[in-house]
Ligand binder design. Sequence first.
Ligand code: PLP
Length: 428
Amino acid sequence: MNKKKYGERTIQVHAGEEQADPTTGARATPIYLTSSYAFEDTETAQQLYALEREGHLYTRISNPTTEVLEKRVAAIENGVGALAQSTGMSAILLAVLNIAGKGDEIVSSNNLYGGTYTLFKNTFPNWGIKVNFVDTHDLEAYEEAINENTKAIYIESIGNPQLNIPDFEKISEIAHRHDIPLIVDNTCAITMVKPIDYGADIVVHSATKFLSGTGTTMGGIIVDSGKFDWTNGKFPQFTEPDEAYHGLVYSEAFGDKAFIMKARAHLMKDMGTVLSPMNAFMILQSTESLSLRVNQHCENALEVAKFLKDHPAVSWVNYPGLEDNENHEMAEKYLNGNYGCIIGFGIKGGLEEGKKFIESIELLSHVANIADAKTLVIHPASTTHSNMTYEEQIESGITPDFIRLSVGIENVEDIIADMDQALKKAIE
Ligand code: PLP
């Protein structure tokens, strides 16, 4: 399918897929729930093992069902290739490890999903990778934090849960001035922004969120823009021989797909972070309605944010769609008329009232997830961000009264009615 000829929703329904399965004629992509593939002959087997030929040999490296998902998400994000992962965390892990190792550094926005923050703050240093955190909007701080060991800048497109929206163009300019790539976690803004169009080199997703959208399926995916020059002298892992493949040089063998091929053939093969083909199939079903769902999530969220703003039990509301929000300008610049599905708000009183609100909801679910078709609420300080110290929480905007809402696609009047009754009970 020539993606340039087709519109956004057509790509979400068709990209990566043949008109019919070549073997059976099945119209939908079948679930190839298989671990291994018969080789035509010994020479073909040898070529597959040496990465001299395209084809499937073992599902820890590639799979026909997963390949359709990878091609589809690459098309959605305007990349040249993608690699599906078992979770969003493994997508982030492999994207960074493909670039940085012992002695290297990363510069990262400090407004991150809690799991990513923990990986960067606690786990990477144990492996000799230092992460320097900077304020998402402080462009000078990115510049100052970069040194000769820095191998990438890392940001989230709508930071979860503070909802900071970075200036993609300016941050990618900084990265490229220093000959390093920009990695963007686009989980919270898929379809709203295509970071690659604004200079991102690598995009990662938790496919567990909008891409699946059903609260059923864990997954992750890395997308390669194909635009970064890995031969600029800073990344020997792409230009020097890989002994595991008889001296293969990724940049020479795979050109603009060097990054994603190394992530697949080296890291995923060694570390086994592969997505199950069953999950790839599940996520593929959801991609068909991706924009429809995302748009409905965002439309509902804007309504709910406006409702909360006027509610007597609410002390503050953080939603980039509100005109007085500090991220509104960036949202207008980059998010194509949408503002995401996450709303942060403070309940009057604080911790006890917050707990009472959560205990009073009837339709909404108290769940640690986002971008599910169902509306979800959580109290981040005691759950998703509880690994942080109190000081770290405050620095990341996680105050004790803060409630995070992930607005679903139900009828918005039902979401609002449930919130209203629970808010009233909370401050009774
Ligand atoms: N990135 C963001 C923005 C997230 O919100 C999450 C999970 O909530 C992740 C990454 C991690 O994804 P997963 O839970 O699929 O590992």
